[in-house]
Ligand binder design. Structure first.
Ligand SMILES: [Zn+2]
Length: 453
């Protein structure tokens, strides 16, 4: 009884307001005056740090988020086992121009791409041939044989949504090595996927073609890509030395971390909201995607703080291994299907902890119309764009089970400065922008659990 009284004092039975406007106002007020999102992100990034799948950082993040959600008193908190690939960088990545008539030897800022095989300590040396795209590579045919292919396609600055420019330039990173290997290239260098010229190399996922040799593939900073390109135009026999130690190790057991508040009226209908807990092995994975994870936990925490009981079940999900395998998202969908769970919506925040401007979605016309019908409720919070198609990588595998898939859409202009680099640290995230994102997600979850979709 004492416990119950204490509970009631901690969580007074504040009831829902009269209408959606009032309740959304309560969500924003609570988040912007006493939210936990930012301090939780500080812990994840500063105390745990980066969290590549299979690493000790990822294991620590699993345990910490589990405890955090238990401490918040969510109804159910559990770990969902999933086997993940374990890639290890293995050592310092080196890229050097070795015979520049202008500069002699010159070291470039480089990072091996994820899932790549390294050169080992002996390294490799080769002539460099520059292309702007995979199409251009194919035109060269066997001219690239025995050479290092340098993919130097910039992100298109004319695209207003930076994710579009990223998507367009991404194939050179994700499948450039596989394509170059088919033609007999010995390695690839790729211009970092960033819309700024600076000295940060950006890592990221790449996939080999199993029928061809797994050649080393490293990213160089945009500044060094510009430099290499200009030196090549003056000196076509330029040689580059590359050294890296990447290695795919045996798979490891890891987990999706799940916290749930059961619906009071229609508990069978589930609304999942989440981000991916893993990150690359550089920086602190603050924007990508510590922000999304902390926002998702905050959505449920706000329900506890406000003393609200959702009509439908709401679930915070930290997916594991989005970056170099997507195993967590796939396993989550597989288990949901096996258990016969009914997801009505899945919401993902994996575009950085920046100022939210809308939600993108994939679903039936009636689902998307329902989402758009809430536009006026979001307008006071300057979340205005509910019309864009999209969703998210981790929720994608749920598609055939019928929920609407929704992505939080923050302002995209600065995301690719930080993405997959040493610069993606806690200090790069703005508290207010992060909290506005958490509040926008909570407001959307509230509308869906109340009205269905
Ligand atoms: Zn991400």
């Amino acid at each position: 009884m004492k416990k119950l009284l204490l509970f009631l004092t901690l969580f007074p039975a504040v009831v829902f307001g009269q209408n959606h406007e009032e309740n959304i106002r309560k969500i924003y007020d609570a988040e912007l005056s006493s939210g936990h999102t930012y301090e939780n992100l500080r812990y994840l990034t500063k105390r745990i740090g980066n969290r590549l799948a299979g690493s000790s950082g990822a294991a620590a993040a699993v345990e910490w988020t589990r405890q955090l959600m238990e401490n918040y008193g969510f109804d159910t908190v559990y770990l969902q086992p999933v086997m993940v690939p374990h890639w290890d960088r293995g050592g310092k990545d080196v890229v050097k121009i070795v015979n520049s008539t202008k500069h002699g030897t010159l070291e470039l800022s480089a990072l091996a791409l994820g899932n790549t095989e390294g050169t080992g300590p002996s390294g490799l040396v080769g002539n460099v041939i520059e292309v702007k795209s995979i199409a251009e590579l194919r035109e060269l045919g066997d001219k690239v044989k025995g050479k290092i292919v340098f993919f130097n396609g910039p992100m298109d600055p004319k695209k207003i949504d930076a994710f579009e420019a990223y998507g367009e330039a991404n194939p050179q990173r994700s499948s450039g090595a596989a394509e170059a290997s088919k033609l007999g290239a010995i390695a690839t260098l790729v211009r970092s996927l960033s819309n700024r010229i600076d000295d940060y190399p950006h890592t990221g996922n790449q996939r080999y073609n199993p029928d061809f040799p797994k050649i080393p593939a490293l990213a160089i900073s945009t500044e060094d890509a510009e430099l290499l390109s200009s030196l090549l135009s003056d000196q076509s026999d330029l040689k580059v030395y590359m050294e890296s130690y990447g290695q795919m190790k045996t798979e490891k057991l890891s987990y999706n971390v799940i916290g749930e508040i059961r619906g009071s009226e229609i508990p069978k209908e589930i609304i999942a909201v989440g981000g991916h807990l893993d990150s690359w092995d550089v920086g602190e994975g603050a924007h990508d995607d510590g922000s999304g994870c902390m926002q998702a936990i905050e959505v449920l925490r706000l329900y506890k703080e406000l003393g609200w009981k959702p009509k439908r079940t709401i679930r915070a999900v930290m997916w594991m291994n989005e970056e170099n395998g997507l195993r967590g998202g796939q396993e989550y969908a597989r288990v949901a299907k096996e258990k016969g769970e009914k997801h009505i919506a899945a919401i993902e925040s994996d575009s950085g902890g920046f100022l939210p401007i809308g939600f993108s979605s994939t679903g039936t016309e009636s689902q998307r119309e329902k989402l758009k019908s809430w536009g006026d409720l979001f307008k006071p919070y300057q979340v205005w764009n509910l019309d864009r198609p999209g969703g998210g990588a981790d929720i994608g595998p749920l598609r055939d089970q019928g929920p609407i898939l929704i992505g939080l859409k923050p302002d995209s202009q600065k995301y690719f400065i930080y993405h997959h680099t040493e610069a993606d640290v806690f200090e790069a995230v703005d508290q207010r922008e992060l909290e506005l994102g958490a509040a926008a997600m909570a407001a959307l979850v509230y509308l869906i659990e109340q009205e269905g979709i």
